[in-house]
Design a protein around this ligand. Structure first.
Ligand code: FES
Ligand code: FES
Length: 214
């Protein structure tokens, strides 16, 4: 065996071989000790849960919530982590509200809660006990479109349409809040709604015209 082939653990580079561990022996020792601790934990720890207990321990906490969506009272039991967007889309089949970023940055999921616009992807459903939620599906009056929906059509304020439900719900909120004094003000207060197709000029015009008709 050449010097280069010497076992590092057998011949420490320097010092007292009884007290100075090499990198290799150190790793080997700590790995063995760690394994023993883990194994000890599994063996000597709390007894294994039976199947029902294990399922109960794994189950996510859920809550019952009653809210009104587009004029209809709904009561559901949902995982506490469920967002309003998931509640609307996955539980109620209201897919008009879109998932863009799922992180509060694009506005595609905008709905009204008690008249205020919110990003439904960031709103926990279980916190909406007793709330009134309005989505794009609940905006028209039967076959009669909401004035802002009609204005979007008249102004041709969309291309792919993915952002449009969120833009319209946000526009309704913007008008209600009175932030429509000028195109610049509308632009500022609609800035949380991103349009990848770049329809901003026409979107602002649609909001402006609808606000002017109030
Ligand atoms: S999906 Fe909610 S803000 Fe983008
Ligand atoms: S119309 Fe396509 S993202 Fe706005």
């Amino acid at each position: 065996m050449s010097p280069n082939e010497l076992d590092e653990s057998a011949v420490p580079p320097s010092g007292d071989s009884r007290t100075t561990p090499t990198r290799r022996t150190f790793i080997a020792t700590t790995t063995a000790v760690g394994g023993a601790v883990v194994a000890g934990g599994l063996i000597a720890g709390s007894p294994l849960l039976d199947t029902d207990e294990a399922v109960a321990a794994d189950a996510a906490p859920a809550s019952r919530v009653s809210l009104t969506v587009n004029g209809t009272r709904r009561t559901v039991t949902v995982d506490n982590r469920t967002s309003l967007l998931d509640l609307l889309r996955e539980h109620f089949g209201l897919t008009g509200s879109k998932r863009g970023c799922n992180a509060g940055a694009c506005g595609a999921c905008t709905v009204l809660v008690d008249g205020h616009r919110v990003n439904s992807c960031l709103t926990l459903a279980v916190r909406l006990e007793g709330a009134e939620v309005t989505t794009i599906e609940g905006l028209s009056d039967g076959d009669r479109l909401h004035p802002l929906q009609q204005a979007f059509i008249d102004e041709d304020a969309f291309q792919c349409g993915y952002c449009t439900p969120g833009q319209i719900m946000s526009g309704v909120g913007c008008i209600k809040e009175g932030h429509t004094g000028s195109p610049e003000e509308i632009r500022e207060w609609m800035s949380g709604n991103i349009c990848r197709c770049g329809c901003y000029v026409k979107i602002v015009r649609a909001v402006e015209q609808t606000a002017g008709r109030k």
